[in-house]
Ligand binder design. Sequence first.
Ligand code: ZN
Length: 632
Amino acid sequence: MKRLSLLLGAVALAASMSCLAQTDAKIPAGTVALTVRLPVPTQKLLYVTEVMPVKPGPLTLYYPKWIPGDHSPDGPINEFMGLEITASGKRIAWQRDPLDRFTFHLTVPPAVDKIDISFQFPSKDRVTPNLLDLTWDHVALYQAGYPTKLQMFQPTLVIPADWHYGSALDTMNRSGQSITFKPVPFNTLVDSPVIAGKYFRKVDLTPAGSSVHRYLDMVGDSAAAVDISEAQIADYRGLVEQAQALFHSHHYDAYHLLLTLSDYTSVGGLEHHQSSDDRARGGSKMLADADHFMLDASLLPHEYTHSWNGKFMRPAGLWQPDFEHPERTSMLWSYEGLTVYLGDMLTARSGLWSPQTWREAIAYRAAEMAHRTGRAWRPLIDTTTAVDYSAPGAWANWRRQNDFYPEGELLWLAVDTKIRQLSHDKHSIDDFVRAFYSIDNGSFVTHTYTIDDVVNALNRVQPYDWANVLHTWLDGVNPQVPLLSGIESSGWKLVYTDEPSRYQKALENVGPGELEGSSINAMFSVGLKLNHRGGVSDVLWNGPAFKAGLAPGMKLISINGQAYSTQVLRTEIAQAQQTRKPLQIRAQGDGVTNLYTVDYDGGLKYPHLVREQGTTDYLKQILAPKPVGKGS
Ligand SMILES: [Zn+2]
């Protein structure tokens, strides 16, 4: 594996660098001095200046377009504003590339060896009056024609003097409001976000005896938001230890889990080699509220797992020499799907989730995928090729979304249980992970891999027709794809009852910020998904509500004559099972109110996993903590 992946990595590197190689020697010597200021946090404006060494003549600048981990050309160029370029105080004209709005062309005058660039970026969903979550790709232009790893940047961040900060970047000095970091290549800068704020807490998660530091850095809008309990800290220490026991390696000098706990920032996570940028769904309530903590618990394990799977070991098509070259995303079933599987496994092994919560989460996702009607026309591989994080929720079940996450997890559960069965419990996915990721301990120079590398590595753990298993799953359409085979071979089965799990209840009842409230997922029964205000967010293709004429975008007003609430909907679905009478749903859309007759008497349906008696309980083995060795 090691030799093969090194070779493939070298080939991929050579191929993608070929058009750049001859220009390497021409890179103007020197380091770009990048300064980002946040003078008025309530205004959320980041003021950017760059002093860039250049040579006279034509120059092309890029705004980062393909951001690693986003898997799509979604750099926020539509927010970029105020660009001015000068040399010795004289303005230099620039032109936008007519075919690519991320690209700017200019001509550097004779005898000029550096230019001054300034612009502003309104960071509306990453700045609050009390904090900043800075991703450097939002606030930098870089030169076209050279690999980003050859372009040195020295970043300076200017923030309120009483704010603290955390980052994988090394600090050179701090003086009052100004923090200057040590120079790094531009790809490392983009890979190294900074969180900063008035309410900041750093927790050392380094295992005893280890010299490799792991930190949990937290920032919030209040002291209460970052008030983490000793039990939660113990679980995150468990995460670091269990990750070590799984991967037997690390690929960072030190690692920072950067956690933003705000009700005013966007929600999500982005992986990096030596840190992760995590914005909790529960915001200020994540640590304080048990349900929020349960829903957010798998976020940090997921992004931490990416340090190995995604950053260090990366599908070849996702490695590019700069942020302008398009990524080829067809391996996301491995990059993301395996990360969901391993991340959730670590969430359970660390204690952040109980095995019961893991089963509830997987039952819910399996039920969602089992009701992904679009699996009849769209193979999983197509969801990886056409990644879309902004696709509408309406008709999501028929269109499919980024299903390589949840269905990818079910695929890897199937692989894991198959290895266990075929090897008579001698081997498991843990052996594959150890072989695939434990190479080059301590290095974070990316290795690239292909589907053939995955197949070969699986075959070394347990010989089988893995190529056929993977291609059948990835390229096939329902019903050929054995969606629930992993659950079924694990000694459990997916069933539906009239009682929701705690996990689903929490999903429906708690939301981020103003979305807090009661939503309902009735896709598994009447075929409706409703938001917290009774708005229809999705309708199951050809399901009971679909056949009655209901559509996303409508709003439910009443059911069987009673004003809509989630409880009324539940009660009437349950009643219809007894009375065998259709539901009479009054709904409004585009100013028109109609009565829709929904013919459904199957009762309430909530997914759960239950034991298949007389079979081996592989989930028990998969989710059990592994012995923790000496830290490294
Ligand atoms: Zn991910």
